[in-house]
Design a protein around this ligand. Structure first.
Ligand code: TYC
Length: 100
């Protein structure tokens, strides 16, 4: 076994998958469905059909997962959602929580 292979094998054992975080959208009575779909398309890069399905899931069940990311990306996306919601004066809230 060559030096590079031995190095790779030895060091791979110290690598861990990053902890993942959910960005969860919460339902409310005032934010428009169109705005939530737009958020899911723009911030979370969901295709329209999937964005509509997630929005309806949140509308019916009170909350729903917009996406799963490393913590810094999840918090950045949550901040982007908040900034866009404030801009349009919608009370839309999303929270970041560890995925197990
Ligand atoms: N419940 C809102 C309405 O009826 C739509 C909505 C969906 C709001 C998802 C927020 O995260 C949300 N206009």
């Amino acid at each position: 076994m060559g030096i590079e292979t031995r190095f790779a094998v030895k060091h791979r054992e110290h690598l861990k998958e990053p902890e993942m975080y959910r960005v969860v959208l919460l339902n409310d009575d005032y934010t428009t469905m169109d705005f939530v779909v737009t958020i899911l398309e723009l911030v979370f890069h969901k295709p329209t059909a999937e964005a509509e399905a997630i929005m309806l899931d949140v509308h019916k069940n009170g909350r729903g997962v917009a996406g799963l990311y490393t913590e810094d990306v999840a918090r950045t996306k949550a901040a982007q959602v908040h900034a866009l919601a404030v801009q349009k004066q919608f009370p839309l809230v999303c929270v970041v929580e560890p995925d197990k």
